[in-house]
Design a protein around this ligand. Sequence first.
Ligand SMILES: *[C@@H]1O[C@H](CO)[C@@H](O)[C@H](O)[C@H]1NC(C)=O
Length: 318
Amino acid sequence: MFSIVYNLWLMVEDVIVQYIDLDFTLWLTWLLMPLLITFLLPLVIALLLYLTALMLYIYKLHRVKLRNAYGTAWRDTAVHMVAAVWDAHGWIWHGYEIVGLENIPQDKPVLFIYYHGALPVDIYYFTSKVFLYNSRLVRLVVDRFLFKIPGWSIFADILKIIPGTIQSCSAILKEGNMLAIAPGGVYEALFGDSYYELMWQKRMGFAKVALDAKVSIVPFFTKNLRESFRAVSWGRRIWLKIYAKTKLPLVPIFGGFPVKLVTYIGKPIPYDGNLTPEELQIKVADSLRDLIRKHQKVPGNITRALMERIRNTEKHKD
Ligand SMILES: *[C@@H]1O[C@H](CO)[C@@H](O)[C@H](O)[C@H]1NC(C)=O
């Protein structure tokens, strides 16, 4: 496969060098570079995800040796290493920070509710940081389609990621764990825009989970998330149709811009048995919208978000 592509490229290069003068190709390369980079960077993230899978496999295969080296908790060691890699990536690429870590109730089950970006990179950075600081793994609920991707099962196994029914989510919380759900899911990811509106489509499974498990809900939002990766905004009607048919995230995503990312953790919404799931859903949505309104300038602007990356970070801490 690669050798065919490579040979084809050599042929094309030959033709270009013979029939077009080199200055033009040089110019063409420069012209296409930003395009190449923007569509290539999502691939870098995909590559990093595969690298993560690879590391997890290494730990799984070598666990006997590692058990002697690190004690019996090889899974913990593996998660630790993966978290360190992602934390480093977030720090280098986005100057990633979390504000409001003190809002996470200690030693208690928590249900996190968050806004879903085009590519939810913030959740990788967030769970990594929380794990490194708290030694607690935030369980993630993700769309079912991910479980059909080859190589995914090791993620699900070691990072404890689930497709999530109300019963299984509730059970995880009742065991005292932390769980994170983005009620907007793939729909919000693909069809949300730089105005950061919630697109929850009356989904209230998460509210039923919280009421059933009697846990508090903590909302969080990552500033400039949609400026790091964007779903293309053209052809919306066609993409909507394709999504309705397939339920797959087929809308092209571009980006990878090193914009400033800051996750703001909101105040916990305590368990209240008198609320119906509908009422709780509205309450949580309002609280998340407040976070977005407070911290995100809309419409999001990539240039501005990049400038924030360069400027002193202290300003974002107030
Ligand atoms: C984005 O922000 C930059 C710098 O603040 C500004 O010059 C530019 O006009 C903005 N772009 C849009 C589309 O609003």
